[in-house]
Design a protein around this ligand. Structure first.
Ligand code: CAA
Length: 264
């Protein structure tokens, strides 16, 4: 659809922001398309998503500077809310979302990648929050998620200086989990997504929710969140079969088999 492609590959799917001429910059239309695509994902069949950008140069080069250049204060705030609402939808999406960063991830590009569960990137990737050089703050969650991802001091330094960093530095500071050659990026992302999709979907979703919700509160309340989600996995087919498979293996190693988790 429009500026966002969606391709289902078995039980994983790839969402591609496709506005290559503008280095996949996020204007209102792209944001709307993105939201529609996420709303249309069938989370009962798709178990893990990959988010990437079209082409070999850019993941997302930020929010659209042309569109933002004439905004009033009120319009600026509304544009920030629009991005924040969609990125929060990605962050809290029931199934994991892996960012496969294939080039520039600047401003809103770095921000959308941080709303994903984790990030892998190609060797040519470039990250940064260049907003203060444009006279604005990061406005799609960057002031909040960068500090939570790489620590307050590093986030402040990167945001105040508006300095871009390469893939090696992004790996060093923990912004990305893995750097691979551009040619291997999607295969690596798909392999990771397939590994995740092969595990019990109810449990994977519960882990995402436990980590996300727990990080928003104190450790005592967070552990209660974990207990409830832990409990919610029991009595499911996947829990019974996953544990029965382990016990069968103990009795007789010849009985080792792949568990076909059913999401029920
Ligand atoms: N918004 C709108 N258009 C953009 C864009 C953006 N963020 N980034 C790139 N483009 C467009 C360029 O205008 C250009 O279009 P034309 O061909 O029509 O002129 C096209 O993409 C190709 O870009 P360049 O010619 O600039 O390519 P380059 O290789 O010379 O440079 C770049 C690449 C370093 C990424 C450079 O394009 C750049 O600095 N882009 C802006 C990056 C940026 O500042 N992003 C943050 C935006 S603010 C933000 O995101 C706020 C927020 O938090 C919500």
């Amino acid at each position: 659809m429009g500026f966002v492609d969606y391709e289902v590959k078995g039980n994983i799917a790839v969402i591609t922001i496709n506005r290559e001429k503008a280095l996949n910059a996020l204007n209102s239309e792209v944001l709307d398309d993105l939201e529609k695509v996420f709303d249309g994902v069938d989370v009962n069949t798709v178990r893990c998503l990959i988010l990437t950008g079209a082409g070999e140069k850019s993941f997302v080069a930020g929010a659209d500077i042309g569109e933002m250049s004439t905004l009033t204060k009120a319009e600026g705030e509304a544009f920030g809310k629009k991005g924040n609402d969609i990125f929060r939808k990605i962050e809290t999406f029931p199934i994991p979302v892996i960012a496969a960063i294939n080039g520039f991830a600047l401003g809103g590009g770095c921000e959308i990648s941080m709303s994903c569960d984790f990030r892998i990137c190609s060797e040519n990737a470039m990250f940064g929050q260049p907003e203060v050089g444009l006279g604005i703050t990061p406005g799609f969650g960057g002031t909040q998620r960068l500090a939570r991802t790489v620590g307050v001091g590093m986030a402040k330094q990167l945001i105040y200086t508006a300095r871009n960093i390469d893939a090696t530095e992004a790996l060093r500071i923990g912004l990305v989990n893995q750097v691979v050659p551009q040619a291997d990026l999607m295969a690596t992302a798909e392999k990771l997504a397939s590994t995740i999709a092969g595990n019990a979907p109810i449990a994977v979703r519960a882990c995402k929710k436990a980590i996300n919700d727990g990080l928003q509160t104190n450790i005592d309340d967070a552990l209660v969140i974990e207990e409830k989600l832990f409990g919610s996995c029991f009595e499911s087919y996947d829990q019974r079969e996953g544990m029965a498979n382990f016990l069968r293996k103990k009795d007789d190693p010849a009985k080792v088999k792949h568990v076909d988790f059913k999401n029920e």
